[in-house]
Design a protein around this ligand. Structure first.
Ligand SMILES: Nc1ncnc2c1ncn2[C@@H]1O[C@H](COP(=O)(O)OP(=O)(O)OP(=O)(O)O)[C@@H](O)[C@H]1O
Ligand SMILES: [Mg+2]
Length: 296
């Protein structure tokens, strides 16, 4: 399988799960970071501060899981990285490009080289899987492609990406005829068609059953480990983070509360991040009618 242009640029040799980047004898990582966030804060127009003093480096080949309650700032981080949320920072850069203060053309270029994978896939339902993948390359396409006539090379690349995500036989199927897991694979192929230097996956498995969730996350991990494209993925299921991510960052009200290799994520930390089952019981007891909402 040939790599996309940007992937080639950042590619590192395949590494076993759990050892995302090579380290020198003195422990310093050899790859320079693709994402640098230092003292990143986001305050929305209404005055709400959704991210405070967030610091994180993400290097080629890493899968970083974002954990935290609803509203803790996971999506805000992803938006800030591509200039879609009002950010201040000592440094915020993607692939060496500074985001705060960047002009519109620079931000377009950063967005074009960032692959997105969303909870609800965001495919064009009436278009084929192949055409959906081809749209991932539209930012770099000439006028003919934008008019719907993709080059042979682009079609071959898109077909190869569909084969890579296990959907070679679904190229001409309409997106809305595919299962959720298949649609998310098409969305991943579309992201790769962009030749991304970074993939942002915002709750990519929240709409999938556990078996499909595993296969989608395993694919994202493969992309990181084999192509060297770092993946930042927000997840609500800690076990999935443990299984498929290299590192985790836990947020609470926009601040990092815990971070480190997933192997260092203890049950005490999980209880601190999401609350313990006893907390859930107490919350349910304090809202005795909560369970009736669905039928009200
Ligand atoms: N455009 C906005 N304007 C004002 N406040 C916002 C805006 N977008 C998000 N927020 C607020 O910022 C906080 C963080 O939101 P964010 O969407 O980043 O959370 P999240 O961790 O992704 O949550 P979830 O797990 O539910 O997706 C929340 O309190 C949210 O209401
Ligand atoms: Mg979110």
């Amino acid at each position: 399988m040939s790599l996309t242009t940007s992937a080639r640029r950042t590619a590192t040799p395949a590494r076993p799960t759990g050892s995302p980047t090579p380290t020198a004898a003195h422990g310093q990582r050899l790859d320079s970071p693709v994402l640098v966030a230092k003292d990143l804060s986001v305050t929305y127009k209404n005055g709400h501060t959704a991210l405070s003093d967030f610091t994180l480096d993400v290097r080629p080949g890493e899968v970083v899981a974002l954990l935290g309650h609803s509203g803790s700032g996971k999506s805000t981080l992803m938006k800030a990285v591509t200039g879609l949320a009002p950010a201040t920072a000592t440094q915020l850069s993607v692939d060496g490009t500074d985001i705060p203060g960047a002009n519109a053309a620079t931000l377009r270029a950063v967005r074009a080289s960032t692959g997105y994978v969303f909870q609800h896939f965001n495919l064009v339902p009436q278009l084929s899987a192949l055409t959906n993948v081809l749209t991932g390359g539209l930012h770099s396409a000439g006028p003919l492609s934008r008019a719907g006539l993709f080059s042979r090379a682009q079609r071959e690349q898109a077909l190869a990406l569909l084969a890579r995500v296990g959907l070679a036989d679904k190229a001409s199927a309409r997106a809305d005829s595919l299962s959720g897991g298949q649609q998310q694979r098409v969305a991943i192929a579309r992201a790769l068609m962009q030749g991304p230097s970074l993939v942002l996956a915002d709750e990519p498995v929240a709409s999938l059953d556990p078996r499909l969730a595993g296969s989608v996350l395993s694919l994202l991990r493969k992309i990181a480990h084999e192509d060297g494209i770092p993946v930042i993925v927000s997840l609500h299921v800690v076990d999935l983070a443990r299984r498929y991510a290299d590192r985790f960052v836990a947020l609470d009200a926009g601040r990092i509360t815990h971070a480190g290799p997933v192997a260092s994520l203890t049950e005490d930390m999980v209880a601190d991040i999401y609350g313990s089952p006893e907390d859930d019981d107490a919350a349910a007891e304090s809202q005795p009618n909560a369970g009736q909402e669905a039928t009200a």
